[in-house]
Design a protein around this ligand. Sequence first.
Ligand SMILES: O=C(O)c1ccccc1NCC(=O)[C@H](O)[C@H](O)COP(=O)(O)O
Length: 261
Amino acid sequence: MNILDKIVIDKRKEVDLRKSLIPVRQLEQSVLFERITNSLAQNLRVSTSGIIAEHKRRSPSKSVINQDLNVQDVASGYENAGVCGMSVLTDVKYFGGAIDDLLIARASSNLPLLRKEFIIDEYQILEAKAYGADVILLIAAILTREEIKRFSELAKSFNLDVLLEVHNEEELQKSIMPSLDMLGVNNRNLKTFEVSLETSKQLSQLIPNDFVKVSESGISSIEAIKELQPFGYKGFLIGENFMKTDNPGESAKSFINKLNE
Ligand SMILES: O=C(O)c1ccccc1NCC(=O)[C@H](O)[C@H](O)COP(=O)(O)O
C-alpha cells in the first residue's frame, strides 16, 4: 500500500463526516459560490516566471516544514512576490492543512487559489467553490477515467480550472480529455519519496499542446526551472523551498526576481 492508498482510505471517512455536518445545500448558499473565478491557466500562459507557490505545513515525506506562520501572511506575501497562483493544502491528517486555510487565503489575496486536496467525491468540488478556490486538483493515480471526466466537468460547470496530476505514462494516457486545463507532472516518487525532474522531462512530449504543462514537487532552484522550460513547462509548483523559510513571501519574491534577471 503506498501513501496515496492510505490517504484515500482516511479521506473517504473524512468526506462522509463532512457531508453529514455541512449539507450540499449549505455549501451552495455560500456567498463565495457566486464569486467570479480567476483563471490560473490563463495567468500561466502569459507569465514569464510561472510560479505557483504552496502553503504547506508538513508532509508525509518531510514531516514538519513550518507550523509557525499565519496563512494571511503567507498569502499576502506570495501575492506581493508576483506569483501566478497559490496552492493551499487542505488535507488535515497528512499535511496539517484545513479547509479554513482556503477561506483565509481567499480573504487575504486576489490570487488564483488551487485547492490542493485528494479529491475522491463531488462534494469536495462544491466545498472548493464554497470556500473560495479557483482551481481544483485531480490526481490520476486515485481516480478512474470516468471519475476524472465527471469531476472535471462538474468543476468546469462552476468555472473552476482543473489541474490533473500524473506520475507516469499510464496515468497520463488514461486521463487526457478536453475538460482539463492544466496537466501537472509530479516529480515525487510516492514509494520512495525521491524527487527527479527527469519525470517531468520524460512525460512532457506526451502532453498535447492544448494543455498548460505544470511541473510539481522537488523544485528548489532557478536552474531547475531553466532546465524544465525548454520541455514546454509554463507552471512550476513549489512548496517546501518557500515554506521552510521564516518568510515564504520574501523567499518567493527573491526567487522570482532572480528568475527574471
Ligand atoms: O509532499 C509530500 O510528501 C507528498 C506525499 C504524498 C503525496 C503528495 C505529497 N505532496 C503534495 C505535492 O504535490 C507537493 O506538496 C507539491 O508538489 C509541492 O512539492 P514541494 O515543492 O516538493 O514541497
